[in-house]
Design a protein around this ligand. Structure first.
Ligand SMILES: [Zn+2]
Length: 188
């Protein structure tokens, strides 16, 4: 694995990877191509929505299922959009790609019957779910031409540290949970 090398050093276009993942996973695009409403389980609705805050990257809505990706200056949600075209016009493809695969990681967790919504979870369960989403997200991203693993890991570390602090989990306890959950995810 080319750890630490950026996409541009490798000549691989991050926007193209983002577009490919959206095309593969977006239910609206699937319907456009097949006129079928029998969506493959791994698909979700993908939409880009206006972003209000720096920490607001993306959100998974398990009941639909839908992933919202927050983007500054994005057209309002009531304006019809094509997620593939929105991805192709991404102003920050690396950020949006990492956000998307993380949320797809939550969807994978749901498909496996493991998903735990932060609304009714205990502290440690919320942290466990975030680790699952990053682990499954990494697996999804590894199936593409993505190479900039240091960027992915930096975002992952920042997000998990933020959760750990927000949930007031002691660092040693968080590390134990992380080791246990990653081992489970890798074995699946
Ligand atoms: Zn998450």
């Amino acid at each position: 694995m080319a750890v630490g090398r950026t996409q541009s050093e490798q000549g691989v276009n991050t926007t193209e990877i983002l577009v490919a993942v959206v095309r593969e996973r977006d239910r609206a695009d699937y319907w456009e191509r097949t006129q079928s409403l029998e969506f493959p389980r791994e698909t979700v609705f993908v939409q880009f929505v206006p972003r209000q805050a720096e920490e607001e990257h993306a959100r998974y809505h398990p009941e639909i299922p839908r992933i919202d990706i927050y983007r500054y200056g994005c057209t309002p949600v009531h304006v019809p959009q094509c997620a593939v075209n929105m991805a192709a016009a991404s102003p920050c493809p690396l950020d949006e790609l990492i956000s998307l695969v993380h949320e797809l990681g939550h969807h994978e967790s749901k498909l496996r019957g493991l998903f735990c919504s932060p609304d009714n979870a205990k502290l440690e369960q919320t942290y466990e779910e975030e680790i699952r989403a990053w682990s499954f997200g990494r697996t999804i991203l590894a199936k593409t031409q993505y190479l900039d693993w240091s960027a992915f890991e930096e975002r992952e570390r920042r997000a998990l540290d933020g959760y750990r602090e927000g949930l007031n989990l002691p660092a040693s306890r968080a590390a134990d949970i992380e080791t246990r959950i990653r081992r489970i995810c890798e074995a699946l």
